[in-house]
Design a protein around this ligand. Structure first.
Ligand code: BTN
Length: 273
């Protein structure tokens, strides 16, 4: 653990004991995601730090996490509110081959959902592509950002944020968000949540690397029982589309049955209606 990195004046610290102990206990299940763990009290965004490390040659599997983010970001240009002692804010540095890259966010959605359940017993579902929810309210989200490293190789920074404790969100977010502890009505071990999510992702990532994509797609489908079969709408090419979410295809696109046949949704947001 630890590193000599300094990021915009912030220096890494020893992780708090609950995090360090959980990672140590799970070390044999974390694969490369247990070797280089870098913890900050506060950064702009853990994805920023991981991207900087990627560009300067850091190893695949490097994990950056912070107690708080001052500029956490979500998908589609949204803000990810990241107060201290409320959530887990984590970014993984991946250097995936092309056949793996297209499914890392699907793998991550399944892994975060599985990890939360393994650590706390809370049953969560996934909503395409990778929101993790409980009864329609979001408990975790995933942001994958691709880039090019100094040696010309491609990398992906895979960031996930989990709402562990209830926090004071602005009203528009509070309506759509929930937290693990809020759902369970008791405290949970956030270190265990982190280590179980990393262990689950390590398993799925190895499957992808070994060309065992169907296993990862099935893991996502098992978590999507409340998502698939539902009526959905989405925006594409300047118009609103509607249909019934049916399945994932082998590249992670959502297949939606519409009046015009089955359409592939490959990006953006699908809303439940
Ligand atoms: C979303 O659902 O919109 C994705 C949210 C991703 C949030 C995480 S928190 C750790 C990492 N750092 C960020 O700035 N974003 C991701």
């Amino acid at each position: 653990m630890g590193s000599g990195v300094i990021f915009r004046g912030h220096t890494p610290e020893q992780p708090p004991p609950d995090i360090a102990d959980a990672l140590a206990s799970a070390a044999s299940r974390l694969g490369s995601f247990g070797r280089h763990f870098i913890w900050f009290a506060e950064v702009t965004s853990t994805n920023d730090v991981a991207a900087m490390l990627a560009e300067t040659g850091a190893a695949e599997g490097t994990v950056v996490s912070a107690e708080a983010q001052t500029a956490g970001r979500g998908r589609l240009g949204r803000v990810w509110i990241s107060p201290p002692m409320a959530g887990l804010y984590v970014s993984l540095l991946l250097r995936p081959p092309v056949h793996v890259a297209q499914l890392v966010t699907i793998a991550a959605g399944a892994a975060v959902s599985e990890g939360i359940e393994a650590a706390t017993g809370l049953n969560t579902g996934v909503k395409w592509p990778n929101d993790v929810h409980v009864s329609g309210r979001k408990v975790a989200g995933i942001l994958a950002e691709a880039g090019t490293s100094g040696d010309g190789g491609q990398h992906v920074v895979l960031g996930f944020g989990i709402n562990v404790m209830p926090a004071a969100y602005p009203p528009d977010i509070a309506r759509r968000a929930t937290s693990v502890e809020g759902e369970l009505g008791r405290q949970v071990d956030r270190g265990a949540v982190l280590s179980e999510c990393l262990a689950a992702f390590a398993t799925h990532y190895e499957c992808l690397r070994a060309h065992e994509h169907p296993q990862v797609l099935d893991a996502w489908r098992r978590r999507a029982s409340t998502s698939l079969g539902r009526p959905v709408e989405w925006d594409a090419n300047g118009s609103l589309h509607r249909g019934f979410a049916e399945d994932l295809d082998e590249r992670g696109a959502l297949l939606v049955r519409t009046d015009r046949g089955v359409e592939r949704v490959i990006s953006g947001e699908v809303r439940w209606i």
